[in-house]
Design a binder for this molecule. Structure first.
Ligand code: AMP
Ligand code: MG
Length: 412
């Protein structure tokens, strides 16, 4: 059986990022939040666009004020008022200054701004009472960014700061990677939808809903295929169809060694190559990972049906795979942190164990609090409000309270 690390390496090596030529679309800036930039962006504009003032004050020539003091202020003639948005008309000559406001264009001739707090005004004269630094409070054109150079690289996620940058550079439309398409299906004769009346022995297909939400949270596009009964032909049909339109197929259930578990046979009969059959982890031992090619390459994840196992294996393996596929150039790897265990954490030590709970800062130190109640793979109730999984390596049976533990962050 593969270790978790071995399985992770195999899986992430199978994932090829979306193609930056073919797998892209053009979208409007207001739709760009959360999308991944497919092409680098350059701007024709310098930032700042022109020399401008960082203060309310007076635009002066440094040589006119370099020897002034409170006792012997420099006295300059005010030739113009320059508010923001106004194009200065005059050149500041020796002995002159212009009244200027934050963000306003620097007039020709002036090289320094004196803030108004160290000045005194009398009609059209200003008294400068303290020596500024040369070029003080002047934001030089192109000092933040030079037109034509790379403004934003490809492969980054677009969030509010990037949207501001794109807006400022008048980039109203941009090329992003298309969304990764993730088909989701559940297998099991016992499963019904939340709307159906439960008969004895039946349970609701909660995994389909959880996986839908997880896929959406990652910025991918979920394609729900519903519940497929434990019938090889039906399942084969659904998987074949899905593999023609999805980048990833996630199925829940039917991957253990039970009599009704057909998934691996079906994948092989569809020409699929199986890369992972089981992983030494708890929960989540029965995990199938395969590649299918039905006109396009498709990665198949057969997750165990137990709700906690399905989510843990999703967080550990599927989440980074979707992120890597999405075009992100970095930051798709799983995020591990060290935290102090609040309570004792136990494992049988035989498989790498994942314990669900909550990580949070307490007095500046991250602590991991185990979710109360039963840590059983069939229990979905105490998964509520969890944001992390403590990881107990093989051979470790106990992490005592206050001891440090490795934690996988599942939601940031
Ligand atoms: P399986 O992996 O098919 O052997 O299923 C393992 C356990 O998970 C069984 O108790 C199933 O009833 C349960 N299960 C399977 N699929 C789902 C699902 N989609 N939602 C919730 N529980 C499920
Ligand atoms: Mg089943």
């Amino acid at each position: 059986m593969l270790s978790v690390k071995e399985a992770e390496v195999i899986i992430l090596n199978l994932v090829q990022s979306l193609n930056n030529q073919h797998d892209t679309e053009i979208i409007d800036l207001l739709e760009a939040s959360g999308r991944i930039l497919a092409k680098p962006v350059t701007s024709k504009l310098d930032f700042p666009h022109w020399d401008n003032s960082a203060m309310d004050g007076y635009a002066v020539r440094y040589t006119d004020v370099q020897e002034c003091s409170t006792e012997q202020p420099a006295i300059l003639e005010i030739i113009e008022e320059i508010p923001a948005g106004y194009q200065p008309q005059l050149t500041v000559q020796p002995g002159q200054a212009a009244r200027i406001y934050t963000g306003a264009v620097m007039p020709n001739g002036a090289d320094t701004v004196v803030m108004q707090e160290v000045t005194h005004r009398q009609e059209n004269q200003v008294f400068i009472k303290a020596v500024p630094k040369l070029e003080e409070f002047v934001r030089r054109q192109a000092s933040y960014y030079q037109a034509g150079s790379e403004l934003l690289p490809a492969g980054i996620k677009i969030n509010a700061p990037e949207i501001a940058i794109l807006a400022a550079s008048q980039c109203n439309q941009l090329s992003v990677f298309r969304k990764v398409k993730v088909a989701i299906l559940s297998t099991g004769n016992e499963l019904v939808t939340p709307e159906q009346t439960l008969k004895p022995g039946q349970i609701v297909d909660s995994n389909q809903y959880a996986l839908f939400a997880l896929v959406q949270e990652l910025g991918a596009e979920p394609l729900t295929l519903g519940i497929v009964p434990d019938e090889p032909e039906a399942l084969k049909q659904v998987i074949r169809n899905a593999s023609a339109k999805a980048d990833i197929i996630i199925s829940g259930g039917g991957v253990s060694v039970g009599e009704y578990d057909y998934v691996e046979q079906i994948l092989e009969s569809l020409g699929g190559k199986i890369h992972v059959r089981a992983v030494a982890m708890k929960p989540g031992k029965p995990l199938t990972v395969a590649t299918l090619n039905n006109g396009q390459s498709c990665l198949y994840f057969g997750l165990p049906g137990n709700p906690a196992s399905a989510l843990v294996t999703f967080w550990r393996f599927v989440q980074p795979a979707i992120k890597k596929l999405s075009g992100l150039n970095n930051g798709w790897q799983p995020i591990f942190m060290k935290a102090k265990a609040r309570q004792e954490l136990r494992s049988d030590g035989k498989r790498e164990s994942y314990v669900w709970g909550k990580i949070r800062p307490i007095n500046g130190i991250y602590e991991f609090e185990i979710a109360g109640g039963n840590q059983a793979s069939g229990n979905l109730i105490n998964l509520a409000q969890t944001n992390a999984l403590a990881v107990l390596p093989v051979g470790i049976n106990l992490i005592a309270p206050d001891e440090e533990t490795q934690v996988l962050i599942i939601r940031s």
